[in-house]
Design a protein around this ligand. Structure first.
Ligand code: S3P
Length: 240
């Protein structure tokens, strides 16, 4: 894990020669309910970068909602649309667009998608929480906000899927614990971990003080070796 994070960071994506981050894009990944969109929006507000939700790009391209694609055309068709949208987005990042991106819960699990993202040298962040907490958040959003998640299913299916997917998410360069923290706290920690500063106001967004869930229990933020690599590159003058 440490080795992997180092080799990715050493491609020079994360540290600039002036010691500041030159990351062009940050991709947030994790299971349903991880807080990818809430954290992404808040992080984008703080950094002054554009935010993008990959599911929204899919919906624009397909002219229908994610749950409609699932219902009318099935998951295989959705995954094809997801990959096409991702390729388009990566093309924009390669052309120089800065973006904070929230991926759908299954996007990084698809081998080819992960390969494309890793090849592009994107800073990936796994937003982590226990499966029980994720379930509570998703159930809450379904009941309260009528958020439709085609793969939500039963608690036992949700648990099985989470178990299968977690090793994929764990490939992300950065890991960020989210339980017991407000969106704003997560963003502050994350900006520090990645080595990006918000530069200006300490709190611009209204979403920033919201908690990701009504329940909270503490856990600590985990960093991979990428952070150490950034610091090492800075010490060495960061010429890669
Ligand atoms: C999916 C998660 C959803 C959406 C689609 C598939 C998944 O996004 O992309 O329903 O496979 O876990 P969220 O993670 O934002 O709910």
């Amino acid at each position: 894990m440490l080795k992997r994070a180092r080799s990715r960071a050493s491609r020079g994506v994360l540290a600039a020669s002036d010691g500041r981050s030159k990351t062009q894009a940050v991709f947030l990944l994790g299971f349903m309910g991880a807080g990818k969109s809430s954290v992404g929006r808040c992080m984008a507000e703080q950094l002054g970068w554009p935010f993008e939700d990959l599911d929204e790009r899919i919906e624009r391209r397909e002219q229908r909602k994610v749950h409609e694609i699932f219902r009318e055309s099935g998951e295989i068709r959705f995954r094809a649309a997801e990959q096409a949208a991702l390729r388009e987005l990566l093309g924009e990042v390669r052309a120089g667009a800065r973006k904070i991106v929230a991926l759908g819960g299954g996007a990084f699990v698809q081998k080819e998608n992960a390969r494309l993202i890793e090849k592009a040298g994107i800073a990936t962040v796994f937003l982590d929480a226990s499966v029980n907490e994720l379930w509570r958040r998703c159930r809450g959003q379904a009941d309260r906000d009528e958020v439709e998640r085609p793969l939500l299913g039963s608690l036992s299916n949700f648990r099985d899927l989470y178990k299968k997917r977690r090793p994929h998410y764990a490939r992300a360069i950065f890991h960020q614990a989210t339980e017991g923290k407000t969106v704003r706290e997560i963003v502050v920690e994350l900006a520090e971990t990645i080595g990006m500063s918000s530069g200006s106001s300490s709190s611009r967004g209204s979403s920033s003080s919201k908690s990701l869930s009504s329940t909270s229990f503490s856990s600590t933020s985990r960093r991979t070796g990428a952070k150490r690599e950034i610091l090492k590159q800075r010490e060495q003058g960061g010429n890669n």
